[in-house]
Ligand binder design. Structure first.
Ligand SMILES: Cc1cc2nc3c(=O)[nH]c(=O)nc-3n(C[C@H](O)[C@H](O)[C@H](O)COP(=O)(O)O)c2cc1C
Length: 179
């Protein structure tokens, strides 16, 4: 699948997954895609843990209480460190967002579905920290996103995106291709 097709076909999948295992080499490729992302001042604040042991995936995913996500045979946990890039600036959010998008696009190109699960695990109940503790993550790293990885069992549900002309222009704010 070429890059433009992967970009257009990526979507957040919240349905059930097939049991089809995700080979180790595929998970390794997804991790490499994440680590290849740019990072502010090259601080490389993002680190990743792939979950491929089926019992461990179930135990960690169970903390989310979302059975569909827990049905994925594999997952990638995204960790960050709030390292200062320069002066008081830290780009850790941008860094892990870039890494996640690389992973999601690569997963799409490989025929896997996923979902960027961040809001659910970074809420007041701190599911992400509980996941991190289960995985031996030190206190100076936060587990900010959980990406289930697997072959989808159900059809994609594409969300509606706003029309192009409402969000993207040429040569000035609000300038569409026609004007
Ligand atoms: C920062 C961020 C946090 C998100 N957190 C969650 C989440 O906790 N649970 C979830 O189901 N989807 C989550 N999503 C996925 C968004 O809901 C999804 O990207 C959006 O609805 C657009 O749909 P699409 O990904 O299919 O284009 C998150 C996405 C981003 C960028």
């Amino acid at each position: 699948m070429d890059l433009q097709t992967a970009i257009q076909e990526r979507f957040s999948y919240r349905g059930k997954y097939l049991n089809t295992p995700v080979p180790h080499k595929d998970l390794r490729l997804l991790l490499e895609a994440g680590l290849a992302a740019p990072s502010g001042c090259n601080k490389q604040t993002t680190s990743l843990i792939a979950l491929e042991d089926s019992l461990l995936v179930k135990q960690v995913a169970a903390l989310m209480e979302k059975p569909n996500f827990a049905s994925a045979p594999a997952a990638i946990c995204v960790l960050t460190q709030r390292i200062i890039a320069y002066r008081d600036r830290t780009y850790y959010v941008q860094d892990y967002a870039a890494a996640i998008e690389n992973i999601l696009l690569t997963a799409t190109a490989m025929g896997y579905a996923s979902c960027w699960v961040e809001g659910h695990i970074t809420d007041a109940d701190r599911i992400g920290r509980r996941m991190a503790d289960m995985l031996g993550v030190p206190q100076d790293r936060e587990l900010v996103a959980y990406l289930p990885i697997g072959v989808p069992a159900e059809k994609p549900v594409n969300v509606q995106k706003k029309p192009f002309d409402e969000r993207a222009w040429f040569n000035g704010y609000g300038k569409t291709e026609e004007n």
